[in-house]
Design a binder for this molecule. Structure first.
Ligand SMILES: *Cc1c(COP(=O)(O)O)cnc(C)c1O
Length: 228
């Protein structure tokens, strides 16, 4: 099936309450253009370099989401155009995003990436660390970032029960954080969980943004050595 068909089918399957982020890492700009022509506007990349290259080549109304680990010294390359940084995993990184967003005269939407997997190679804040960050004085000072919600990556396993539990825990945590820190903040509304192999499970557990790569664009030949 074509990229356009894959997107159409995913949208029918997932329904209106779930936002589809097309994860285009390692794929050529021509593939993204096909998705764009099918109406897709949200794209996810996991490296700054690829995102910048594709941003330069493709239509300017694309909304770019960074989903891979972000080094503080690279924030400056995307601050002027990135729509959302889903992989915020430290206060130091938030500080840097806030600084460059201010320079660019923008407010950048962010998700806190929460560590839910049973794998040491994955990035993310632990539940306690996320709470600590949200309670910190420094966080309260940031004017140029807006926390839109949470993101999580489940363990890469065939064990459905384990994945379901990890997503359930993240949804429960999301509800708690919303209640305690963002009760009156309507823009805290995004729970990004679910990829090609497990998006159905993730939606069942309350995801409202799925990040789908291979189901749209086909398998990736180049396997990235980190962040999948
Ligand atoms: C690669 C990637 C995805 C998409 O993976 P697929 O299995 O191809 O759907 C989703 N989220 C993150 C963080 C990724 O790095």
């Amino acid at each position: 099936m074509s990229i356009a068909d894959n997107i159409k089918n995913l949208k029918i399957e997932t329904g209106a309450g779930v936002t589809l982020l097309a994860v285009s890492k390692t794929k050529p700009a021509a593939d993204l253009q096909q998705a764009y022509d099918a109406g897709q506007r949200l794209f996810g990349e996991n490296t700054v370099q690829e995102m910048v290259e594709k941003y330069e080549q493709l239509p300017k109304d694309i909304q770019w989401h960074l989903i891979g680990h972000l080094q503080t010294n690279k924030v400056k390359y995307i601050a002027a155009f990135v729509t959302m940084i889903q992989s915020v995993d430290s206060l130091k990184l938030l500080h840097e995003i806030n600084k460059h967003a201010e320079k660019a005269g923008r407010v950048i939407d962010c998700l806190l990436q929460i560590y839910i997997a049973d794998e040491e190679t994955k990035f993310g804040l632990g539940f306690d660390e996320a709470i600590e960050l949200l309670r910190s004085e420094e966080f309260a000072m940031f004017k140029n970032i807006r926390i839109r919600g949470l993101m999580g990556i489940a363990t890469n396993t065939d064990n459905q029960k384990q994945i379901k539990e990890e997503y359930y825990e993240l949804k429960t945590f999301f509800d708690g954080v919303k209640q305690s820190y963002f009760r009156k903040v309507d823009s805290f509304d995004t729970l990004s969980m679910g990829m090609s192999a497990d998006y159905k499970l993730a939606i069942e557990q309350g995801s409202n943004m799925i990040r789908v790569g291979s189901t749209i664009f086909g398998n990736r030949i180049i396997k990235h050595w980190k962040n999948n």
